[in-house]
Write a protein that binds this ligand. Structure first.
Ligand code: SF4
Length: 494
């Protein structure tokens, strides 16, 4: 059996980092971990190939080679998925679909031969057996969420590693909190399941053996969802990093209550965590209450500062459009982002994702208008907002223009570097030639061609005088700032 695994294209969003990656000579931020894991669940004797359309285009010859096509998608990839399925069916191929979009969508799915709802660890082996007997079903749904002990090491070797900015692994699924707008807890549950320490270290071994050096993104919904297990993992991670010469710089997502646990923060620093993404959403207490985000209620600014003081750059998500947002929400978000020194602030408009508690409430209230796009930077709402939508959109655009204006952004980047000075042993993964090439690309684009070049040189001069050990980091931040500025020109335009 020849299987083609296809990752549909992502539109230009925050997480695509599309405008920053060319500086690094990369095509895409992360490989499609879900598909690589699906591949590892298929029989060893099956031939398999991966086409990540975010790295290269899907050719007719790719499809013609295959007996069967597997594709997964998130909501934001739905248009590309539809196109992929159409092309594959046109060439007479069997199509198998799975992933978060397929699991939660309320729209008509593209015409597939087999559909997987939920996680595939137990259903995919069943499908393979059924297929061999000629009795494969149209739809598979796991009776319960599988333990991650059965999740194999992803087939990382299928990914063209040099095309990606970071590699990904997953430690846990699920989150114990109950934020009203969150679809993660509906898909993966509120009881976090984790892999064993041995599984995680084996995945790191696999990446190391394939020659990967650099950032590894632990793509958990909430890395500290099961604190008891994380406490046991971190010393093992630290030991592994030491024994292997600190090849990886770690990045993950966590809930804000990470700030309440200084022992955990210290252990994360030792293990090589250098960046953490937090769902901050809003500094407005009433809106947090509405969103049932109790873990964020308290002094959010202090929480961010404490995490930064352990050498971790904080990236964060922010939302406008809650029912309880006051008239001055836009200024309050700008001020919070400025004071918290969060360079990469991903601000979006609230939208109701299918199956979430928010979706159900809005449906009860008769306020739903249809399915969301999945791209929260697009200026649309899929529900009737309390604030005038035109005002919300104008305010959102003003936030984007302000926080990504070069002077504001570089100020935050410098403040962030200052606050994260106390990092532990620096990961040893810099490739000198690549770093020089990146420096030249950034210097030409941002220091010569860009109309805001004065701000760039001022930023670089400040970095050299105040944070010379963080030069590589400052260049990464400059490139990221450019990506966000480009997005703000699209989504923040009047
Ligand atoms: S903390 Fe994050 S992952 Fe957990 S429920 Fe809230 S939004 Fe979802």
């Amino acid at each position: 059996m020849k299987v083609l695994l296809i990752n549909p294209e992502f539109p230009d969003t925050y997480w695509s980092f599309r405008h920053a990656l060319p500086f690094e000579g990369k095509r895409c931020a992360f490989p499609p971990l879900g598909l690589l894991t699906v591949s590892a669940l298929l029989p060893k004797s099956w031939e398999r190939r991966l086409v990540d359309m975010n790295v290269r285009s899907l050719k007719e010859s790719d499809i013609e080679w295959a007996d069967m096509v597997f594709a997964t998608a998130m909501l934001v990839q739905k248009d590309s998925l539809r196109e992929v399925v159409k092309r594959c069916k046109h060439l007479g191929k069997k199509v198998v679909l799975g992933g978060p979009y397929v699991t939660t969508t309320i729209e008509d799915l593209p015409e597939a031969d087999h559909v997987f709802l939920g996680e595939a660890e137990t259903t995919l082996p069943q499908f393979v057996q059924d297929l061999e007997r000629g009795e494969a079903k149209a739809s598979y749904k796991a009776a319960e969420r599988p333990p991650l002990s059965v999740t194999p090491i992803a087939d990382f070797h299928l990914a063209e590693m040099k095309r990606y900015s970071a590699m990904s692994i997953q430690y846990s699924r699920g989150c114990p909190f109950s934020c009203e707008f969150c679809d993660i807890i509906e898909i993966y549950g509120r009881v976090p399941r984790t892999k064993s320490n041995q599984q995680v270290l084996a995945e790191l071994d696999a990446l190391r053996d394939l020659g990967w050096r650099g950032t590894v993104f632990i793509v958990d919904d909430n890395f500290i969802g099961n604190k008891k297990n994380v406490r046991q993992l971190l010393p093992e991670l630290t030991r592994w990093q030491k024994e292997n010469g600190h090849p990886f710089s770690l990045l993950t997502e966590a809930s804000v209550n990470l700030a309440d646990d200084e022992e955990l923060l210290g252990n994360m620093r030792e293990a090589g965590f250098r960046r953490v993404f937090l769902g901050i959403e809003t500094p407005v207490e009433e809106s947090l209450k509405e969103a049932q985000k109790s873990q964020n209620r308290g002094n959010l600014l202090d929480s961010v500062k404490r995490i930064q003081s352990y050498g971790m750059e904080v990236m964060a998500g922010f939302i406008v459009g809650f029912d309880n947002d006051p008239d001055d929400i836009f200024e309050r978000q700008i001020n919070f982002i400025r004071e918290s020194a969060i360079p990469l602030a991903m601000v979006g408009l609230l939208n109701a994702l299918p199956d979430t508690q928010l979706w159900k409430r809005l449906e009860r209230e008769g306020r739903l208008l249809g399915e969301a796009s999945g791209n929260n930077t697009v200026c649309t709402f899929n529900f009737v907002t309390k604030m005038d939508p035109a005002r919300l959109i104008a305010g959102y655009q003003a936030i984007m223009r302000t926080i990504y204006s070069p002077a504001e952004y570089y100020r935050r980047a410098l403040d962030s570097m200052k606050r994260t000075e106390q990092s532990g042993t620096e990961p040893q993964h810099y490739d000198v030639l690549n770093s020089i090439a990146s420096l030249l690309r950034i210097a030409i684009r941002l220091g010569v061609l860009d109309r805001e070049r004065k701000e760039f040189w001022r930023f670089l001069a400040n970095t050299i005088t105040g944070h010379h050990k963080k030069l590589a980091e400052s260049l990464r931040l400059a490139a990221m700032g450019y990506h966000f500025r480009k997005l703000s020109e699209v989504y923040g335009a009047n």
